[in-house]
Design a protein around this ligand. Structure first.
Ligand code: AMP
Ligand code: MG
Length: 392
């Protein structure tokens, strides 16, 4: 049995960053940027008016001053000429500032006559000019590779005039449930059957983490059925089996991995939940056998599969970062396996649920944190500080 840390590092060493591809900007939200986004123009590209009003020379912006209006320019247009002393050009928001002008008088500050304006007594001193390059300059790195693209990133990329964005390909993840007792949601289970659940939670997680998950038909508890499912699953970047990973008479995953020439990196990890977990690789596909208990499967997914997908996507945003909180309950001494206990954190305090059985999905559903207990850690008291990972 190997430690959790060793298992995670072995697993991550199997993965490499996937290739990049071009995505249309409409489809790039949530994707991982594959190369730095560098501005190819100044933004704004020209000095522009920030208000509707009159472009003029700042030295003319005086109370009661009369200026002759020599033209007009709206957004998308151009005033073909230049402004001199005692002159103004009617201007609208977004229009390029005419040559010779260095200020904008807002329209509320002018009294309009036929072909001239008279400036009011009280003037807004602001120049209302959006200077060329004020937002960003040509050559500036605005977004760095490895970033998950959010809506505001998309807006920025669009302003940079990128209709296509270079992103990392989504890892393809095949999910195989195994068990004679399982049916998928929507079927009528007989008395001795149960509905597969963690399969769908896992698919939801891998999709959330940026992969492209798909669920294969249920394999039954025999080698030939699991073998066929694995054949269907490849070529995926990652194949995850659920269940059948321990050492019972009906647990065949380990044998089938061997038959399929999957070089196993580890089998059994000194952790709770999730001791029977194995991982290996064949050609370019990584295989992970998760335990079947719903909580074990989903907790192990958080601990192992989330950072693994992060490595494939070339982002560190999916690494589990240990944080600290204050315990709201006493905890007994831990056993010899690292224990990830389900709890709820609020305002810096964390409550550990009294029921920690790895089959209890209703408890996992209420949890937002995994409290980390080191092997053989002594008992802890309410008020002690404790490390935890956030759950998605
Ligand atoms: P196993 O790891 O195959 O020994 O399964 C451990 C427990 O998890 C058994 O009670 C299984 O019925 C249950 N189980 C296995 N796979 C699933 C699944 N996909 N969804 C819900 N429960 C499962
Ligand atoms: Mg089973």
């Amino acid at each position: 049995m190997i430690s959790f840390e060793q298992a995670l590092s072995e697993l991550l060493s199997l993965a490499k960053q996937l290739e990049s591809e071009m995505a249309s900007i409409e489809d790039a939200s949530g994707r991982i940027l594959a190369s730095d986004a560098i501005a190819t123009h100044n933004q704004p590209p020209f000095d522009a008016s920030a208000m509707d009003g009159y472009a003029l020379q700042k030295s003319d912006k005086l109370p009661n001053k009369k200026l002759s209006v020599i033209g007009r320019v709206a957004a998308g247009g151009l005033f073909d000429g230049s402004i001199n002393k005692n002159q103004a050009v009617r201007i609208f928001t977004g229009a390029p500032l005419p040559a010779g002008a260095d200020s904008v008088l807002i329209q509320e500050d002018a009294e309009v006559n036929e072909d001239n304006i008279v400036i009011n007594d009280n003037i807004d001193a602001n120049d209302y000019i959006r200077k060329k390059g004020d937002d960003y300059k040509k050559g500036e790195v605005l977004l760095q590779r490895g970033k998950t693209l959010k809506s505001f990133d998309i807006a920025l990329l669009a302003s940079m005039n990128f209709p296509l964005v270079n992103v990392i390909r989504r890892p393809l993840v095949s999910i195989i449930s195994t068990g004679d007792e399982l049916v998928y949601p929507g079927n009528l289970p007989t008395n001795n059957q149960i509905v597969a659940s963690n399969t769908f939670g896992l698919n939801s997680l891998v999709n959330k983490w940026g992969a492209n998950g798909h669920i294969l038909p249920i394999s039954r508890d025999n080698k030939s059925s699991i073998n066929k499912a694995l054949d269907l699953a490849v070529p995926a970047d990652l194949v995850i089996t659920i269940g059948g990973a321990s050492v019972g008479d009906h647990d065949y995953i380990k044998d089938v991995f061997r038959d399929k020439n999957i070089t196993t990196s580890f089998y059994k990890v000194a952790m709770k939940p999730g001791k029977p977990i194995l991982a290996g690789k064949n050609k370019d596909t990584i295989f992970i056998g998760l335990p079947g208990n719903p909580v074990s499967a989903l907790v192990c997914a958080h601990l192992f599969i989330k950072p693994l997908i992060g490595k494939m996507l070339g982002t560190n945003e999916l690494a589990n970062i240990e944080k600290q909180a204050i315990l709201l309950n006493d905890l007994p001494a831990n056993g010899e396996r690292k224990h990830f206990m389900r709890g709820f954190k609020k305002d810096g305090f964390i409550e550990i649920f009294s029921k920690q059985d790895s089959s209890l999905l209703s408890i996992l559903q209420k949890a937002n944190s995994l409290v980390i207990r080191a092997p053989n850690e002594p008992a802890l008291k309410k008020g002690n500080q404790i490390g935890y990972f956030e759950l998605d």
